[in-house]
Ligand binder design. Structure first.
Ligand SMILES: Nc1ncnc2c1ncn2[C@@H]1O[C@H](COP(=O)(O)OP(=O)(O)OP(=O)(O)O)[C@@H](O)[C@H]1O
Ligand SMILES: [Mg+2]
Length: 529
């Protein structure tokens, strides 16, 4: 195996020399640099596994050096002066993986660095990021639990990484080359769930035209993830219990027992003990599932990991979407750190993706953060609700919704770009009141029969057979078009804001705010005066 590389800064020469000798003796490849000058070149040249800062943690040079390795791939260790009053704060502010007070014992420091590097490599391999002690504990557990075949129960709110952890356990286990099969137990009605899990024989029920293998059979010699295990109906629980106890089951409609060698990993959003207390989960099943357990804390309980996650996601998505991106302004990052994140890492990740795609500059600024996230601050947030849905939205749905919204925003962006590229060919036309929808014609399409397309200078409002027309002219900004539209609507409703807002399909408050903006920007709306 290649020797691990350590970069040691020489701020504290005594410590640097002493530790350098210890690292070399332990088989590491080391280089000593001065954080002031050649550190950047050294990072690029040596691609270190760990950067050890021996001092000067409060100097700008240290921050610059850390900035080079800050997307979290490289472990960083800082040596703190014994007088340092708040070591945890320094670690967090600098984004260090760990920090120890001076004088640092050489043997212990080498052992610590070895652990830090191994942990980082494990994180790269599993994709489970975070320096927070709770995440480090999760990683240790994964390493311990992966080699055995015992059942693991993973608990944590939606979007905290349960599936990621389940895959990591499989990937680090001797079963890694075998199947990993996931099934969401909440998504299917009872009969379908049973046939999904255990398979069915031909003719066992109306739709069973063929024999079908269940997930347990497909996962044989591998791992099965029973997602949302707390939602399994009682009758199925009994069958599942039997599989867990005997590693044996029957296909639906089958008479021969099927034996499988499957490692079971179960996941749940809702504490399973609670489900047991309410009688939704049998206690014998609970104890069978809860042999080994991993708890993933919500993101708001490990806010110190947010900067690292944000930077990593920015890096990932700017590469994916091929957008050169510098990063995020400190004030914007602070907003993200303070937000409550009811959807946890998934929500953060989706948000970063949308900002990387939509931010107009190459850096995320406070104003690029959606208002909902900005304003939530540290307030308690209600669970996400979709109108018309009685229950809470679960993680997968949330991802779907967020992705759809993102798609929609991308399409709007695209449309906007195309409008900007070919302005002269675009007309915004107000159609008569009887027609249901206004139309946007792209590429010089036909004017709807009853409609009127009146051309006026600078999108002015022209009276036309009892209605108003807004016409786009080359060089007009979106804001000007919007303003002209609002003016037209107000003219038509005789200055009645409520009706105008209704016609435009926007809230009265939005209309009011826009009018205020126009006033502030000079000039007033003619129809109001
Ligand atoms: N610690 C982490 N580091 C990096 N990415 C993470 C981490 N935790 C979660 N993610 C990412 O967040 C998203 C959601 O994770 P995952 O699907 O594992 O959550 P979950 O707990 O299974 O959620 P649900 O209960 O809604 O199914 C994924 O894109 C995952 O890669
Ligand atoms: Mg999941």
């Amino acid at each position: 195996m290649m020797a691990r590389r350590i970069l040691i800064t020489m701020d504290d020469l005594e410590a640097a020399v002493r530790l350098n000798a210890a690292f070399e003796a332990a088989g590491f490849a080391t280089s000593m640099v001065s954080a002031q000058d050649d550190a950047k070149a050294a990072v690029l040249r040596d691609d270190p596994d760990l950067v050890l800062l021996t001092g000067g943690l409060h100097e700008p040079a240290a921050a610059r050096l850390l900035g080079l390795v800050r997307d979290g791939r490289v472990a960083t260790l800082g040596l703190l002066e014994p007088t340092e009053s708040d070591p945890a704060a320094v670690t967090y502010r600098m984004g260090l993986t760990a920090a120890v007070p001076k004088p640092a014992d050489a043997v212990e420091t080498v052992a610590l660095c070895r652990r830090l590097i191994e942990r980082k490599q494990l994180q790269e391999r599993t994709g489970i990021l975070g320096d927070h002690p709770a995440i480090q504990e999760v990683l240790i557990k994964i390493e311990q639990m992966a080699p055995v075949s015992s059942t693991v129960l993973i608990e944590g709110e939606s979007g905290t990484g349960k599936e990621l952890v389940a895959r990591a356990i499989h990937d680090l286990s001797p079963r890694r080359a075998r199947p990993f099969i996931a099934i969401n137990c909440a998504a299917l009605p009872e009969t379908l769930l049973e046939s999904e899990l255990f398979g069915h024989e031909k003719g066992s029920f109306t739709d069973a035209v063929e024999r079908r293998l269940g997930r347990f059979e497909i996962a044989d010699t591998g791992t099965i993830l029973l997602d949302e295990v707390g939602e399994i109906p009682p009758a199925t629980q009994v069958k599942l219990l039997r599989v867990l106890e005997e590693r044996e089951f029957f296909r639906v409609g089958g008479v021969t027992p099927i034996k499988v060698d499957v490692r079971v990993v179960a996941a749940t959003n809702r504490p399973l003990r609670e489900a047991m207390a309410t009688g939704d989960i049998r206690s014998d099943l609970y104890y069978r599932l809860n042999v080994l357990s991993i708890y993933l804390p919500p993101l708001r309980e490990r806010r110190s990991d947010i900067p690292l996650l944000v930077r990593r996601f920015i890096h990932e998505f700017s590469k994916l979407h091929d957008r050169p991106f510098r990063g995020i302004e400190p004030a914007a990052l602070q907003m993200l750190v303070d937000s409550p994140w009811p959807g946890n890492v998934r929500q953060l990740r989706n948000l970063v993706e949308s900002m990387v795609v939509l931010a107009p500059t190459s850096e995320i600024r406070p104003e690029d953060i959606p208002r909902e996230v900005r304003e939530q601050g540290r307030e308690r947030l209600l669970p996400v609700k979709v109108p018309g849905m009685a229950r809470e939205v679960t993680g997968q749905e949330l991802t779907y919704i967020v992705q759809s919204l993102l798609d929609l925003r991308l399409q709007v962006e695209d449309l906007r770009r195309r409008l900007e590229e070919h302005p002269q060919r675009v007309e915004v036309i107000e159609v008569p009141h009887e027609a249901p929808d206004a139309e946007v014609l792209v590429g010089g399409g036909a004017v709807p029969s009853g409609g009127a397309a009146l051309r006026g200078a600078e999108g002015q409002v022209r009276p036309g057979r009892g209605r108003e027309a807004v016409v786009y002219e080359s060089g007009m900004s979106m804001a000007a078009v919007e303003r002209a539209t609002i003016e037209a609507a107000l003219a038509e409703t005789g200055g009645n804001r409520r009706k105008a807002a209704e016609m435009l399909g926007i809230g009265e408050r939005t209309l009011y705010r826009k009018l205020k903006e126009y006033e502030a920007g000079g000039g007033s709306i003619s129809s109001l005066t």
